[in-house]
Design a protein around this ligand. Structure first.
Ligand code: CA2
Length: 144
């Protein structure tokens, strides 16, 4: 199984700013944890981060030709992007949405996700473990 891990806008700041909200692990730490887990589960990941909505759309369309599913933290596009939802529903691949923080316990605008209704699953509030749980869930679903 090959999974594309997508990090949305500003997530490259992880571990460098707002550690009280997002923790102290960097994006490289997250990617390393996921690569190790994928290896243990006889799977493979490729990683993409962008601050640009259009680049995320182009990547999803292109990566869908070579991956079995997507694990995505869409960042703030979660709450704004119908285009991202359309890109993910437009490719015939399952995706799991994950978030570091508990988006239900923060500002009201973070409670709504355009992606969640069409996701295979959503994990949030567990810091880096949200990605880990999301990858496990996605692989389990693909293998069943
Ligand atoms: O909790 C999450 O994972 C979020 O997707 C993070 C987004 C936020 O807009 C979502 O509502 C929830 C923000 C990503 C910005 O990443 C930063 C990381 C460290 C420091 C500053 C920003």
């Amino acid at each position: 199984m090959k999974i594309a891990v997508i990090h949305g806008p500003n997530l490259r700041l992880l571990g460098k700013r707002e550690p009280e909200v997002y923790g102290s692990d960097t994006l490289d730490d997250v990617n390393n944890v996921l690569a190790t887990l994928a290896d243990e589960m006889a799977a493979e990941i490729e990683v993409f981060q962008s601050n640009h909505e259009g680049e995320l759309l182009d990547y999803i369309e292109e990566a869908a030709t070579r991956v079995d599913g997507f694990l995505i933290n869409p960042g703030s596009y979660t709450h704004t992007s119908i285009a991202l939802r359309d890109a993910l529903t437009g490719v015939d691949r399952p995706f799991v949405e994950c978030h570091l923080s508990n988006i239900s316990s923060r500002e009201r605008f973070r409670r709504h996700s355009y992606l969640a209704p069409v996701a295979s699953g959503v994990v949030y509030g567990f810091g880096v473990h949200s990605y880990v749980l999301g990858l496990r869930g996605l692989l389990a679903q693909l293998e069943s």
